[in-house]
Design a protein around this ligand. Structure first.
Ligand SMILES: [Zn+2]
Ligand SMILES: [Zn+2]
Length: 352
């Protein structure tokens, strides 16, 4: 397992050789240029899922397209901000609207080569719109466990689910993908629930990953103890909306992650989360407007004022007595002002 390490030194080394324009600090969607490595952005689409992946050689993959309701165009806007005009691979994990509502917008406006979806159907207008728009893709592929594809020259993807031909719950048709670049790996699970997690484990697939996108927005229906133990991620990403109606992520899931020593990154707390892998390390890229103002460790001065404990990787800060403090080596001590000016996000459980 590779650790997500302090972004400051790594971003500097990653950016070596890039032109200065490669990192557009005025653009909140900005990420390092192609040569920086594999970029994975868990886009803040509220109570929904959408993940954009760019390979080191500039091939793009989109997993799900979020919900259009009330956030119409969020994914398309994001793709345009990132100057994405072609998507090598698009995956619609399953037919629920929080994953495919805006997929027709994507297929109608961006050139899509391969479009993967499971053998599941739904009676909604959203689903029909997506199927109509799928005609724009070069190739439509029914996803099934055992299939593999590459994203560019150096990134490999294995489809681990759906394993069975039919399920009672649409969530369980979710296309589950493990992506590997060098010695780093990411697992994307859609809304797959425990039943599917068990099937994947029984299939003897290698599920171990550095970063797990928790199934079903952190619901207790997913991230079973056995599955979590097998994946054993350093980081878990939960894509959910602030104060959502479902209570996601559920506390059972958070407790399991804490017990496993997995650090949680949440879109409801942090907005869009971008992780970059250079093939051996994974770093979290802070929002661009805070990228050039790293907090110094062991800051001298009046330490009594430093009432918060920040995590220098995830940029979430806690009260000193919070039960979910970051690992010792990732801590940085902050005044309220430093937390704010350096773009740290309050941990919802301890800071009201
Ligand atoms: Zn679903
Ligand atoms: Zn969902």
């Amino acid at each position: 397992m590779k650790k997500i390490i302090a972004y400051v030194s790594l971003i500097i080394s990653i950016l070596c050789g890039c032109s200065p324009e490669a990192y557009d600090s005025g653009n909140t969607a900005a990420v390092p240029a192609e040569s920086a490595g594999l970029t994975v952005s868990y886009i803040d689409v509220g109570q929904a899922d959408s993940i954009l992946i760019t390979s080191p050689d500039g091939k793009n993959m989109l997993i799900d397209a979020g919900e259009g309701e009330g956030r119409s165009g969020a994914v398309l806007d994001y793709l345009r901000e990132r100057n994405i005009t072609e998507l090598d691979t698009v995956i619609a994990t399953h037919p629920h609207s929080d994953h495919i509502n805006a997929m027709d917008d994507v297929l109608d406006n961006i050139a899509v080569d391969k479009f993967y979806l499971p053998n599941a159907s739904h009676t909604t207008r959203d689903f029909e719109n997506m199927l109509d728009a799928a005609e724009n893709a070069n190739e439509v592929i029914q996803a099934k466990a055992g299939m593999s594809f590459n994203l560019g020259e150096s990134v490999g993807c294995d489809i681990l689910a759906p394993v069975s031909d039919s399920y009672d719950d649409l969530n369980n048709y979710s296309v589950v993908v493990k992506m590997v670049y060098g010695s780093t790996s990411f697992l994307f699970t859609g809304d797959a629930e425990k039943e599917v997690e068990k099937e994947i484990l029984q299939s003897a697939a290698d599920v171990s990953a550095d970063v797990l996108k928790c199934g079903h927005h952190g619901s207790s229906t997913s991230t079973s103890a056995d599955f979590l133990a097998a994946v054993d991620p350093d980081y878990a990403v939960i894509s959910c909306g602030r104060d959502n109606d479902y209570g996601h992520p559920h506390k059972e899931t958070l407790q399991k992650l804490e017990k496993n020593g997995t650090e949680v990154l949440r879109t409801d707390e942090m907005g869009t989360i971008t992780l970059v892998s250079n093939g051996s390390e994974i770093v979290s890229v802070p929002p661009a407007d805070t990228a050039e103002k790293p907090v110094q460790e062991n800051t001298v001065g009046n330490t009594d004022e430093k009432i918060y404990v920040g995590n220098k990787n995830s940029k979430v800060y806690h009260t000193k007595d919070c039960s979910a403090l970051p690992k010792e080596e990732n801590r940085v001590y902050l005044t309220p002002e430093e937390a704010e000016t350096n773009g740290y996000t309050p941990h919802k459980a301890c800071i009201k």
